[in-house]
Unconditional design. Structure first.
Length: 251
């Protein structure tokens, strides 16, 4: 596929028609899983991305269990109900299929607690997983890191195997109104207004974690300098724009 260049003024386009918007979301979801595969994230199936359905807003889409991320297609996505079951309804192209149950335990409470969140992404990245074992927030020591100042949280809990939605509810509480969260001894989780938005932020967060672990005796930026950088770098569409660069480079 050949992609045309985009400009800083380009923004993500959403459809008013729920059928068209559902198709767009499912295709972008599959594309995001393929990006995980291209980046060698989740090679052991250790990750999941969710996107809220545009009509049944208490339902969300996931990749069915067992599909290799690099081969994900829109037809491999399944609709998950609030009780964790998968929907069988030909009218929306959904069929029952097994899912990663941990994804339901984590994502359902987040979608329930945060109506503003359309998508959430979690995967065991090399640097983010390592950084999470230190149980601390990202410090503003470089440009990427300034974007997470005061916008991410820490889930400081030993439940690395989230066995029920009760664990997911605690993650949602720790996340609060923030965009991203570090799950202690586990990895990174980001949210967004779309799959592309959440994925763009997750990869950026992974890069910030890499710098945190590689830096020796870093000098922290002041809060004022950090807030100036963050205000200039962060917009409603920066996650989506990052996603555009990533798919052009890796897919």
């Amino acid at each position: 596929m050949t992609y045309a260049p985009f400009s800083p003024s380009d923004v993500e386009q959403f459809f008013d028609d729920p059928v068209a918007e559902r198709a767009r979301r499912r295709e972008q979801l599959a594309q995001a899983y393929r990006l995980f595969g291209a980046l060698k994230y989740g090679d052991l199936g250790d990750g999941h991305i969710s996107i809220r359905d545009p009509e049944r807003t208490n339902h969300f889409w996931l990749l069915r269990y067992g599909v290799s991320f690099h081969a994900a297609a829109a037809t491999d996505t399944v609709l998950v109900a609030p009780d964790g079951s998968t929907v069988d309804e030909a009218a929306i192209g959904a069929s029952p299929a097994p899912i990663n149950i941990s994804a339901y335990h984590i994502h359902h409470p987040i979608h329930e607690a945060r109506p503003d969140v359309a998508a959430a992404a979690h995967v065991h990245t090399p640097w983010g997983t390592a950084f999470s074992t230190e149980r601390r927030l990202i410090e503003p020591i470089n440009q990427e890191a300034t974007q997470f100042f005061e916008t991410h949280a820490l889930f400081d809990d030993e439940e690395v195997q989230v066995l029920s939605t009760e664990g997911g509810k605690r993650i949602a509480v720790a996340l609060g109104d923030k965009r991203s969260i570090i799950l202690a001894n586990h990895g990174l989780l980001t949210t967004g207004r779309s799959v592309a938005d959440a994925l763009g932020w997750l990869v950026t967060m992974e890069r910030a974690c890499e710098v945190q672990l590689k830096a020796n005796n870093p000098v922290r930026l002041s809060d004022d300098a950090t807030r100036i950088a963050r205000a200039d770098l962060v917009s409603d569409h920066v996650g989506w724009q990052t996603f555009q660069y990533l798919i052009r480079r890796h897919l």
